[in-house]
Design a protein around this ligand. Structure first.
Ligand code: KG4
Ligand code: ZN
Length: 342
């Protein structure tokens, strides 16, 4: 008999729910983004985010079950993100999930958001445990994390590299602000970089002999270059602002892509993995995806961009493997804004 899991994700500024069958088959994936609400502030405003989740969650849940063609009574377990993320935002999802699980008498499964990003790959390619098989080298690059994780089995992780300052997504967001682009910055930088002729180059933060990252220095280098080229803090008269922004955005993107792909490939070599798994908003980046595939001799599993950014289906997929392993979360679980993985 197939197992259907409803996944709820409210860790940041996306209210999302999805239904997944047997951890691999996507039945629905509904995402209500709060981007328009937060972009005038240049970043996510936590209280605004939680209050919007409260408004959107029930309609999103209704749509997710409707799209999946299932009634709530056909759901076998409720999976929900309980960390890491914004405390107030996490609380909205966890409380809703408790209420539904309690009233239906089905198990509640608390999911680590970062682990959810990894399991988005099970929706992209169904049987990673067989093909390519464990161990896997996982890159989770998002607004809050840039982690390299060795995955040796379901639920078995070792953190082997991480950022020591800004996360890659955070760096993209800050860089976009310097360049006068919108929020979130990653998609904006990717968009304006198209057609660049590679005129500009920013340094790489290699941080020798470690798989750790550092991105705050590149951001400062970008700031100095933007001042030097006359576009920051306000554009000088008579400059070709559009071209300068395009070239600086592309230089910034290349600097991050180069370091992240090099370290992921080094890690996969060092730990003799069988394949690479990408997850998190930054892995929606077209140049990063292209570069990792080009540099790695191993299979690279990359979810479609819509499953790289925050969504409920990845939480449901991850929840399935915990459910299958007999794991159930107690009903008195609290949120954990700083929850680590590995
Ligand atoms: O995983 P995610 O949706 O939320 C968090 O868990 O943080 O990641 C959001 C981050 C943002 O910083 C955003 O700028 C970045 O992912 N991002 C991208 C792209 N799409 C989203 N960064 C680079 N290129 C993209 N295409
Ligand atoms: Zn995320």
């Amino acid at each position: 008999m197939s197992i259907k899991i409803l996944g709820i994700e409210t860790s940041c500024d996306e209210t999302a729910a999805g239904v997944v069958e047997d951890g691999r088959k996507l039945l629905s994936n509904v995402i209500s983004s709060q981007t328009a609400l937060h972009s005038p502030h240049g970043g996510v405003v936590p209280e605004v985010a939680s209050r919007q989740h409260i408004k959107d969650l029930v309609p999103v849940l209704n749509q997710a079950t409707f799209d999946a063609g299932v009634g709530l009574h056909e759901i076998d377990a409720l999976a929900v993100t309980y960390g890491p993320g914004l405390a107030g935002s996490l609380l909205t999802g966890v409380n809703a999930a408790k209420g539904i699980a309690y009233s239906l008498g089905i198990p509640l499964i608390g999911v680590n958001h970062l682990e959810g990003h990894i399991y988005a790959s099970w929706l992209a390619k169904s049987d990673l445990e067989e093909d390519p098989g464990f161990p896997l080298a996982c890159l989770v690059a998002s607004g809050g994390h840039t982690d390299l994780l060795l995955m040796e089995g379901h639920g078995n992780y070792k953190l082997v590299g991480r950022t020591r300052d800004d996360a890659a997504g955070e760096a993209f967001d800050k860089a976009a602000r310097i360049l006068g682009l919108g929020f979130p910055g990653g998609p904006e930088i990717q968009r304006v970089s198209e057609g660049s002729n590679g005129e500009e180059r920013l340094p790489r933060a290699w941080m020798k002999d470690t798989l750790d990252f550092s991105f705050s220095g590149i951001k400062t280098a970008l700031l100095h270059m933007a001042q030097d080229r006359g576009i920051y803090p306000t554009p000088n008269d008579g400059i070709d602002q559009q071209t300068i922004v395009r070239e600086l955005a592309a230089a910034f993107q290349e600097s991050i892509v180069d370091v992240v792909s090099a370290k992921l490939v080094t890690m996969s070599d060092k730990y003799k993995v069988k394949g690479l798994v990408l997850g998190g908003g930054v892995t929606a980046n077209a140049r990063l995806r292209q570069e990792i595939v080009a540099r790695s001799p191993l299979p690279v599993i990359i979810p479609p961009p819509i499953l790289c950014t925050d969504n409920g289906a990845m939480i449901a997929a991850c929840g399935y493997f915990q459910y299958r392993g007999g794991k159930e979360t107690p009903m008195d679980i609290d949120v954990d804004p700083g929850l680590p993985l590995g």
